[in-house]
Every structure is written in C-alpha cells, then in structure tokens.
Design a protein around this ligand. Sequence first.
Ligand code: C2E
Ligand code: CA
Ligand code: CA
Length: 635
Amino acid sequence: MSNESPAVVSSSALTALSATRLLQVITFTLVGLLVAMWVATGTTQTILFFGCTGLTMASWVAYRGHATAAAFLFLWTITLMLSALAYLSAGIRDLAVLGYPGLLVLAAIVGSGRLLFSLLFFIVGYCSLLAYWAITGVLVPVIPPVEAKHVVFTNVILLVTGFSVFLLFGDVRRLMGSLEAENARVRKTQAAIARLANHDQLTDLPNRRYCEELFVRAQNRSQQQHQRLAVLFLDLDNFKPVNDSLGHSAGDLLLQQLVLRLQSLLRPHDVLCRFGGDEFLLLVATDAHSDDAIMQLSEQLIKKTTKPFFISQMQVEISASIGIAFAPEHGTEFTALCRHADMAMYKAKQDGRNTYRFFHPDLDRINIDKFNMLQSMRQALKDRRFELYYQPKLDIEDGRVIGAEALIRWPQRDGSFIYPDQFIPLAESSGFISELGAWVIQEACAACARWQELGLTEVTVAVNVSYVQFRDGLLEQHVRQALQDSKLAATALELELTESLLIGEGDTIQQQLHSIHQLGCTLAIDDFGTGYSNLGYLRRFNATRLKIDKSFISSLCVSSRDQPLVHAIIQLANSLGLVSVAEGIEDEATLLQLRAMGCNEGQGYYWAKPMPEADFIAYLQKGAAINRADVIPIR
Ligand code: C2E
Ligand code: CA
Ligand code: CA
C-alpha cells in the first residue's frame, strides 16, 4: 500500500466514499418515497411501494459496499417507478417527469458512463413514446386537478434531488480539494528534490552541476551590461589536516562558518558555489577594463578565511589560495574557465599559498603538464591507486632482514609505473605531499603491523618524509594516528629525513622531531654526504641512523676517491653512536668492502629491489628459514 501511487489511493477512496454516500442518498430518497406513499392512493401507492422495495434492496447492496451495483439498482428503480407513474397518469406532462433530470445528474456523479447513457436513452425514448401515444390517442393522459398531495410529490422530488446533488457535489469538491493539496505536496517534494540535486547539503550553496546553469545566466547578464564575468576558484590551503585531526564534524562546522563569512562579502548577483571538499567557485560580474575590484575582493576573501575559527573550543587557522579567470577573455565555456581559474589557483599555491593569481595564457603553456599531473595525482590518491613497495634492509654482519624502506609507486593503467623522482618534487611544490605523505605513513604502519602479526616481529619499517610535511605542523598527528590505527609499536617506525631539512629550518622542525622521537619512533638521516654533511646537528636531532647516499656506494669499487670518504663517514657515525647504513649495494665486492669498513646495515639491488608487500612477506619468510650463520647474506 505504501508504494501505491496517490492516484490509485484517491480512486479507491472515491469508491468507498460513493458507497456510503449512495447509502445516504438512497435512504433519503426512501424517506421521501415513504412520505409520498403515505399521501398517495390507489395504484400510485402500489407503484411507490414497489419503488420503496427496490430502494431497500439498493440500500442493502450499498451497505455491502457494492457502489456500482447499488447505483444501478437505485437509479433504474426510480426511473422505472417514475415512468410507471407517468404512464398511469398525465404521461409526458406528469409530475414524475420532473424527477428525470435529477436522476441523470445523480447517474453522472455516482454511476458509470454506461449507466448514465442507458438511462438517458431510455428516458428520451420513453418520453418520446409517451408523447407519441398521446398524439396518436393510444394513451389518453389523465390530468387530475391539483391537490395538496401534488405539492408533497413535487417537493419530495425537488428535495431529494437537491439534497442528493448537494451531498454528492460536496464530495466532489472535497475530493478536488484533497487532490489539489496532494498536487501541492507533490510540487513541494519535487522542489525539495530539485533543491537537493542542485545544492550542497552541508552549506546549502549551489553545487557544481547547478553552478554551470548559474554561470550561463551570469554570463548573459554581464554581457548585456557590457561587463566581464570573473570566475574565482578558491581552494583552502590546509583544510584536510583540520579534518584529519579534529574530525569531519569539526571540518563541516568550519566550512559552514567560512561560507557565512564569504557570503557577507557578496553582492546580490554574485554567485558562490561549493565545488566539492574545500573548493569554492565564485562568479562575479566586474568592470570590463579594470581588475581592481576583483583584486580587492580576493584580498577580502583571503582575509575572511585567515581570521581564526573557533571550533569545539579550539582555535583553528586556515588560509586560501585563489585563481581568477575572466569571461570572455579567457574563454566562454564554463569548463574552460574553471580549468583556467584552477590553473591560476595552482600558481597561487606554488607561489606560497594564501594569495591570489590571475590566469595568464603563459601559465597554460608552462604549467599544463604539471597541472595535469597534479590533478591526476590528487585523483589517484582518492582512488587509492598509489602503492607502497618495500625494499629489505639487512644487517651486514649476519644477513638478517631487519626491516624495509617503504617506497611509493604510482602504477599506470598501461602497467607501467611513475617513479617517485618524477612526482615527489611536484607533490612537494604544490603542498600535496602533506596528504600523500600521511597516506604513506598510514599504509606503511598497517603493513608493518601485518608482518608482525605473521610472526615476523623484529621487522621495522622506514618511511621517507619530505621537509614540506613539517610545514603544517601535523606530521606528529599523522604519525600518532597511523600508529594508533595499526596498533604498531612506535619503535617499529622510522622516519627518513634528508640533511637539507635539518639545515634550513629552525626550531619548529626541531620541536616536531623531538615530539616524534618522544613517541618512540626513530629517525634516519637520508642521502648523507650529498648535502652539507655537518655532523654537529645530527646529535641535536636525535637521529638513530645515518644512510650513506648510494652515489658513494655504487662507485665504491670503482672510484678510489670515495673509499676514504665512505670509511670516514662510517667511523664518524660509529663515534656518534649512530647506526651506519649503506644504500645502493649492487654487488658482493661492495658488500664485502663495507663489511670490512664496519658498516652496520645495507640495502640494495644485491639483495633485492623494492617489491610489493606480498613479495616482501615471501622474501621475509624465506629469509627466516635460512641459516642465519651463513656469512654472505641471502639474496
Ligand atoms: P631514497 O630515499 O634515497 O630511496 C632509495 C632509492 O634508491 C629508491 O628509489 C630505491 O629504489 C633506489 N635503490 C635502492 N637500492 C638501489 C640499488 O642497489 N641501486 C640503485 N641504483 N638504486 C637503488 P625510488 O624508489 O625511485 O625512490 C626515489 C626517491 O623518492 C627516494 O630516494 C625518496 O627520496 C623518494 N621517495 C620514495 N618514496 C617516497 C615517499 O613515500 N615519500 C617521500 N617524501 N619521498 C619518497
Ligand atoms: Ca630513503
Ligand atoms: Ca637515500
């Protein structure tokens, strides 16, 4: 019943209604007939008696709910009764004929078309016949003098007809009213559905789909007024970390507050849309010759965004990068303009975020590849298309696998890979590395926890961390979360940082490293030897390992120049209490030399290339089965 359409419900309601209504109409008519029978005499009384009997049967049928049959019985009884009365008395001029129109109206309301037309044809035919009989003298009409009973007959007919029509039309009116209400409800639901489809539920702003429609209107309007239409693409710079650390409901609250702030800057015809996540699009008609107003607006938008938010009694600060394109000079199509504004926004991010940039065709040429790559990188992270590969790290003395370095891979649809050197720099310069890095830490911790569950309890995992990941101050939070989610001991996670990180930036990074170290994680200095190689700061940063850059290792057996250097690094590491790690060991000769120099750990193609997790587990299990006393470690 619940999924029945409103039309079906109304028609069944109508049937039920007309059965009860019919019963009332029949009863009322019956009362009228009884009154008429009381004043009537002779044959008239007999005919009225038959009429009453027919109506009693009809009322019984109506009572049982059979509206159509009751209507048939009722109307035909009355018709035949009136016809008999007319035949026996004044024929075509008889009072009974007065009842016919009323009957037809009732038939039209309660009965089917078939009933109405059969009655109509009968009545027309019968009246013609009565007239014909009178004209030809077959029937001589008896027109009695008017008596009091005729007043009763007339009034019974009028009252019964009037009352019945009133009752039945009342129903029709009510039904129309309820249908109208139903229609209004359907219209309202449709409007609500349209609104849902066109608006973002969280902020109630128009969504991307609807934005396109609004864009066309805005563009037409600005054309008519000889103005340009500015398309501003606004992207929050560090919203994701807020979501991650404070929870989605806090993020939602922030977005709602932000929208109110942004709306306070808009004029009546400006359109603000939510494009998704933390992206907004603003359509503003502006002067055809000057950018001043848009520059001012962008500054105000950024100012409104950077003002601290108070969410769940916490002060949260974010910023925004804005890209601006104009119609018609940068395009007239919605998609093209959005893309250009997005590119300009990307330029704003590259230029240090929290600023705005105008689209320029040069931007298109220079940045198109990077822009595309960044877009697909974002999508790949959303679609979970990145993978972590693991390269075993071994103890050079006894060949034990002590852990793995997690190295990110970006598999392509054609089966090839994009290697980190090709996309990490872009991820860093765009700030995307923050999100990507958080995923790497999360994934690596989960993997290491799985290895430990398989009984490979000694194995640790090392993750590469970029200096950009320290910028928003959320690295510690990401590490904490990953450890908590995977239930991995903090001591099993190592972060690899490059030297440059330790040199350039000041106290904030040191503080963050300190708290991460406090959690129990270890730190490794990556690519040592390629930077400033100042051992002084290694101590300050609580590093545990020193990874000698593979450029020195791979040439160890070739270049005599590198041997003393590598030896010196190993000795320095030892004297500072740091574990020395050689990366890029590709052959046995190099391994033997490093072992002779006292290097502690190694990593390289000699043992294994980075591999998917399943292969790494198989590698670990094979390693665990081999005799550890074997001096040359497993391959
Ligand atoms: P890295 O940290 O120095 O990583 C070691 C690189 O050397 C890896 O390249 C590895 O495949 C390669 N390698 C290992 N053994 C040998 C060997 O015996 N011979 C040679 N020729 N190469 C060897 P990959 O995986 O292409 O990574 C390149 C760089 O990308 C990494 O250098 C690291 O700086 C960065 N990277 C990789 N994954 C991540 C990540 O998740 N986050 C960040 N921020 N950076 C990452
Ligand atoms: Ca590394
Ligand atoms: Ca390295």
